[in-house]
Ligand binder design. Structure first.
Ligand code: S3P
Length: 431
């Protein structure tokens, strides 16, 4: 596909709903007793994998014409044995959280996924859950999908120190801990997104968080709630970078989630000198409007504790750094290698094709700027965030950029190209 060509962006975008919270709204809705309503659910491929998996487990989910969802919760022991393997599609979040949710069921369940998902490491979830007396195996004794969650009638609590900063691993353990007899302690070295902890509380559960230690005592019953999902800051990130790197531009992004475990990109934009304002803060729903304008950017170093707070935004932050004065260094981001694709290599390879001065390292990227970009033939690597980053890169050249596998954007943002077209200004028309 030929990417949209424009040098300027203007206007207002309401980015789609948060992917992490949308997945969890179905999961908690299914596990709670009663009817949960979800407003502003993300109808994108990843979250639909979660929705379908719960339907296959016998959970009744009604999709109203206005987009609202109603989930008839079945509790922790109300699932029906699915008649075929549950298809996780491309979704690592669905797979890993399901392993915790389904760790204590009276029947075997198999999880399958697409080619990318079947290469992603699952030992990081299988191992701690199996320590709790779950029995989860990968194909041919590997850690890879297809995975079988064997029937199991007991889960033990445990004390666990997270070897990697991963909200997916943490969440899987917390879902299992809700079903275990006794108190589970999870120690995090670096804070990862805390939506699961917040939603356990929202659904009437008991959970304590002290510094980096989470304490949860099972078994617990959850109670249905009304959930309103805010916009996804990880989707807003593409427009934040677009507004900052395009000349004579300004964008307003409405109702963006600003949970502090997710806002690393706002800190980096500020650090780099971007023209960013945060307005209309809604503390109740942890959301705000973000206004971004063309910016004179300075290079920075991104490392350590901030990494989990912007992990999904790093490909587009690397693009941002190509327009900053100096050398930007991204370190401690080796987790990028095990995302939907190896995002360190894919980001470096694709931006190099367009003329960027960017080098992949063992745990990150080194980017020298500012550089002018040019056209070329690029590839999304079937990764939604790489595809969207490359459309934003197209703002920096008048040349044609052809993108292979653009449809990957539908994983998190099905209308991304339509929204981008809407804010694209044809410079000729503005003269
Ligand atoms: C997610 C956690 C992160 C993130 C992913 C969504 C979640 O993954 O990259 O897009 O919803 O819990 P890790 O837990 O593997 O870091």
């Amino acid at each position: 596909m030929k990417l949209i060509q424009t040098r300027q962006v203007h206007g207002t975008i309401r980015v789609p709903a948060d992917k992490s919270i949308s997945h969890r709204s179905i999961m908690f809705g299914a596990l709670a007793k009663g009817t949960t309503t979800v407003r502003n659910f993300l109808y994108a491929e990843d979250c639909l994998s979660t929705l379908k998996a719960f339907e296959d487990l016998g959970v009744l989910i009604t999709k109203h014409p206005d987009g609202m969802l109603e989930i008839e919760g079945v509790g922790l022991d109300g699932f029906k044995q699915p008649i075929h393997p549950l298809d996780m599609g491309n979704s690592g979040t669905t797979t890993r959280l399901m392993m915790g949710i389904l760790a204590k069921q009276p029947f075997d369940i198999t999880l399958i996924g697409d080619a990318s998902l079947s290469k992603r490491p699952m030992g990081r979830v299988m191992n701690p859950l199996n320590q709790m007396h779950a029995s989860i195996t990968g194909v041919n004794e590997s850690e890879f999908a297809p995975l079988t969650i064997h029937k199991n009638d007991t889960l033990y609590p445990m004390e666990y120190t997270m070897p990697v900063a991963s909200a997916q691993v943490k969440s899987a353990i917390l879902f299992a801990a809700l079903q275990a007899d006794g108190t589970t302690l999870v120690h995090e070295k670096e804070a990862s997104r805390n939506h699961t902890e917040e939603m356990i509380r929202q659904f009437g559960g008991q959970i304590e968080v002290n510094e980096r230690t989470i304490s949860i005592t099972g078994p617990q019953e959850l109670v249905a709630q009304d959930v309103t999902v805010p916009g996804d800051i990880s989707s807003a990130a593409f427009f934040l970078v677009a507004g900052a790197i395009a000349k004579n531009s300004e964008l307003t992004l409405e109702n963006v989630g600003i949970n502090p475990t997710r806002t690393g990109i706002l800190d980096v934009l500020t650090q780099m000198g971007a023209n960013l304002a945060i307005t209309n803060v809604d503390t109740q729903n942890q959301a705000a409007d973000l206004i971004i304008g063309s910016s004179e950017l300075e290079a920075t170093t991104i490392e350590g504790e901030i990494i989990p707070r912007l992990i999904d935004e790093l490909p587009v932050i690397a693009l941002l750094a190509t327009q900053a004065k100096g050398v930007t260094v991204i370190k401690d981001a080796q987790e990028l290698k095990v995302k939907e694709t190896n995002r360190i290599d894919a980001t470096a390879m694709e931006l190099q094709k367009l003329g960027a001065d960017i080098t992949a390292t063992e745990d990150g990227l080194i980017i020298k700027g500012p550089t002018a970009l040019h056209g070329g033939q690029v590839d999304s690597h079937k990764d939604h965030r790489i595809g969207m980053m490359l459309q934003v890169a197209a703002l920096l050249t008048d040349d044609v950029i052809e993108l292979t596998d653009p449809e990957a954007v539908a994983i998190s943002y099905p209308h991304f190209f339509d929204d981008f077209k809407r804010i694209a200004t044809n410079p000729e028309q503005t003269l």
